[in-house]
Design a protein around this ligand. Structure first.
Ligand SMILES: Nc1ncnc2c1ncn2[C@@H]1O[C@H](COP(=O)(O)OP(=O)(O)OP(=O)(O)O)[C@@H](O)[C@H]1O
Length: 770
């Protein structure tokens, strides 16, 4: 495609809703008292102009009247920022209760909390706060709390009735993340339990109202002292709720009854712009649905006439054309992952450097999940006057966030999604088309402060062929992590859990088997103690959590901690295509002939060494010298910063559960043995043609070119990631001795099979499963 052609090849679609244009919401900056007063007025004016504003009283009334409410309103109508404030003003935080709002993503939780704090004229962490994995900005006076859905699930481990909360708002419910889906079932249960279950009220001396239930059984007034009392925890999960929760309810009466303070009912609000209202209402027992009419500003939608062969090239050219031809306003480009974003960032910088003198400047800002929070927040900073900000984002900027200044959205219509095949037990990342609901959310990022435009890099016909809504993550992911959490919540009958969309029986059974193999479950299918309990406490995938626990007995927990932190981020090295030789030379300094895991440990150690030299706090000069060090070694400084962050956090958790941090020193064989013992399900053996066969699934895989093992031919390896592109690639690979497998995972491998398969002339076609 030639520069200049692309834009004209697009067909505008009439915006369906029109409204007055106005420019609001100037960027936040340190201001004089006068400026602050003006900004306050602007914010107030902006709040009052939101479509939700006129529905304020009605919404408070509806939440009062209904225990569950479904709220649907256009993107940008004010749901996320305003409804919690209405409920706060409407008395839902009396007696110290909290309004919790869940978001599928960290960045939304942090940025919306900051906006609402500004609107309420308070500091973040005071009346308005947020809680995300590895970061908590709340205090005893926090009443409006934004958090990721995963964090609320973790809170339920410690507070099974979510007693602090008067209202839980599940925002962006259409996203159907795995955590959101579990929350639906959990909240329903908590609501029922808080509303109906408890009888036998009596007053304690201090005047507090108490109710009593026999742990795990139905209670009836007439059987206060009886043995057959039950709590109304639905779906047969009541008993274990208390038996296996990591931290049990504190208030136990002498006669063995669990005492619960009288609780107000839990209000649940489900919110989205694009939701199957009927389906949700049915699931929540005929819950009332309210619609917020109107949107703030129109967004013009453009489609291409023809399908684009290369969406990255199309995105690059459209960005440049918007810059050259369109009015001022920032641009948001949706891409599928960190690598794509970083390569586009470089391409854009190359192109910008060729701009003729006098062309307006572009400031490129990336945002993706693996970026440290402080760097993610950079997208919210205004560009200097006369400069256009171009944000390169994954779908983490798709919902909830308002990025000030965005007027143009470029949407190639693709997303990187996790896909799980329960038959083979293999989970892989694949780039797939988005749903119509996602396309709508993406276009909704423009038109929040004024009219906007969205350029969809696909045809209108292709748009109509998209699925209406995204397939719930729970139907396409490995469920081990969720099943472990449900078990930790005392919900043992996972197959009977009240999922909105039930995952396949096979997927649940596979994950139960997986957790059992990892030692997290007992023969009876209950959470094992201490292994299962400790695994559930670590905020890691079960496989990594188990690896961490095992590394203590292999005396290599320091190395495993470093490896797990590094495996939590993407793209440790960056590889400019014109500098391949230099990159390979630089990598030599860290690379281990044994594989990527030890290489990562070496990189993190070297980075920590550099940090130590520089010392903290770092000034500008120190930061620059660290960046130079990263550049010289072709190391992605952003990824390393995040890895270090995660390293510190996990270290805290490990110490919290009393595990020792031990180093294996220079001899990495115990570390490799620990990797084999932990990731034996991801073992692969060499085939005569040089490819590898994954032993558990029988799938043929190739080592990814980014691995230090690429081009090498070890007999047996373990790997951590499978990526589908034109081939099945494995990444994060380490060489192991095949005989370690039957030794370290005897329930899964037998020595005879391994010996047969590893004879030098073996064809190795047979899966090695017992
Ligand atoms: N950080 C911000 N800076 C400037 N304006 C903002 C900011 N956050 C929100 N707004 C304004 O408030 C409006 C409402 O935002 P809000 O997130 O509450 O809408 P929403 O209905 O929840 O949208 P969505 O469904 O897209 O999440 C935005 O359209 C924008 O005008």
């Amino acid at each position: 495609m030639q520069f200049g052609d692309h834009f004209k090849a697009m067909k505008p679609l009439d915006p369906s809703v029109k409204s007055e244009a106005c420019v609001l919401g100037q960027k936040r900056k340190k201001s004089t008292p006068k400026e602050a007063a003006v900004r306050k007025c602007l914010i107030l004016e902006q709040k009052c102009s939101l479509p939700i504003f006129s529905a304020r009283e009605k919404l408070i009334h509806q939440v009062n009247q209904n225990n569950t409410l479904i709220v649907i309103g256009e993107t940008g109508s004010g749901k996320t920022t305003q409804l919690p404030q209405f409920l706060y003003a409407g008395g839902f935080c009396k007696a110290g209760k909290i309004i919790g709002i869940t978001q599928p993503r960290r960045v939304a939780a942090v940025s919306v909390a900051s906006r609402v704090a500004e609107e309420m004229d308070v500091e973040v962490g005071k009346e308005v706060g947020f809680s995300i994995r590895f970061e908590d900005a709340t205090s005893s006076i926090t009443r409006i709390k934004y958090m990721t859905d995963g964090m609320l699930l973790r809170e339920a481990l410690l507070d099974p009735l979510l007693k602090k909360y008067s209202v839980v708002i599940v925002d962006e419910a259409h996203e159907r993340t795995i955590h959101t889906d579990v929350l639906f079932g959990l909240l329903k249960g908590i609501q029922a339990r808080r509303s109906n279950s408890i009888e036998g009220k009596f007053r304690e001396e201090n005047g507090a109202e108490w109710k009593k239930t026999k742990r795990g059984d139905v209670t009836e007034d007439s059987k206060r002292n009886g043995n057959d009392q039950k709590a109304a925890w639905p779906h047969n999960q009541k008993a274990n709720m208390f038996e296996t929760s990591i931290e049990k309810e504190k208030d136990h009466h002498a006669n063995g009854f669990l005492m619960e303070k009288s609780l107000s009912p839990l209000k649940i609000v489900i919110m989205s712009a694009t939701l199957d209202a009927q389906g949700f209402s049915d699931y929540f027992g005929g819950a009332k649905v309210v619609y917020i009419q109107g949107r703030q500003f129109p967004v013009e939608i453009y489609y291409t006439y023809m399908p684009e062969a290369d969406y990255l090239d199309a995105a690059l050219i459209t960005t440049l054309q918007v810059h050259i031809e369109e009015d001022p306003g920032d641009v948001l480009v949706f891409l599928t992952g960190q690598e794509e974003i970083e390569s586009m960032e470089r391409l854009l910088h190359d192109r910008i450097s060729c701009f003729p003198e006098g062309t307006a400047k572009i400031m490129v800002v990336p945002i993706f999940a693996a970026l440290p929070s402080d760097q993610q927040m950079k997208v919210f900073k205004a560009a200097p006057v006369g400069t256009r900000k171009v944000i390169l984002a994954t779908n983490i900027a798709e919902t909830s966030v308002t990025i000030p200044g965005i007027r143009y959205v470029i949407d190639p219509g693709l997303v990187k999604a996790r896909m799980y095949n329960p038959r083979t037990g293999v989970e892989a990342l694949a780039i797939v088309p988005i749903s119509k609901a996602q396309a709508l959310q993406r276009s909704g990022r423009a038109g929040r402060e004024g009219p906007g435009k969205c350029f969809r890099l696909y045809t209108e016909e292709a748009f109509h062929k998209l699925d209406d809504v995204t397939v719930p993550e729970i139907r396409r992911c490995n469920l081990s992590s969720v099943v472990l959490q449900l078990k930790a919540l005392g919900i043992d009958d996972v197959l009977g859990f009240d999922f909105m969309d039930k995952p396949s029986r096979m997927a649940i059974v596979k994950s139960l088997e997986h957790l059992y193999t990892l030692g997290a479950l007992t023969d009876e299918g209950k959470l094992s103690n201490p292994v299962g309990v400790q695994m559930a406490r670590l905020p890691l995938e079960p496989l990594f959590a188990k690896a961490m626990l095992m590394s203590v007995s292999f005396k290599c927990s320091e190395e495993m901690l470093a490896a797990v932190a590094m495996l939590s981020v993407e793209s440790i090295f960056f590889t400019p295509q014109d500098k391949l030789k230099e990159v390979n030379l630089a990598k030599l300094r860290f690379s281990s002939s044994e594989g990527d895991h030890i290489t990562y440990v070496n990189v993190l150690c070297a980075y920590m060494g550099e940090l130590k030299k520089i010392g903290e706090p770092q000034d500008k000069k120190a930061k620059k010298s660290l960046q130079n060090w990263c550049n010289i070694h072709f190391i992605n400084g952003r990824s390393l910063k995040r890895a270090l962050d995660i390293h510190r956090q996990i270290q805290g958790y490990i110490q919290g559960i009393g595990l020792e941090l031990l180093s294996c020193g220079e001899d990495y064989s115990s570390f490799r043995r620990c990797l084999a013992a932990s990731f034996f399900l991801n073992a692969a053996c060499k085939q005569p043609d040089g490819t590898f066969r994954a032993l558990a699934s029988g799938q043929i895989v190739s080592i990814h070119p980014s691995s230090v093992m690429f081009g090498k031919k070890p007999d047996c390896i373990i790997f951590n990631e499978l990526v589908h592109t034109n081939k099945h690639y494995i990444r994060n690979v380490t060489r192991i001795d095949p005989l370690w497998l039957p030794e370290l995972a005897p329930r899964f491998y037998c020595t005879k099979d391994i010996q047969t398969n590893f004879l030098p002339d073996s064809q190795g076609q047979k899966p090695l499963q017992d």
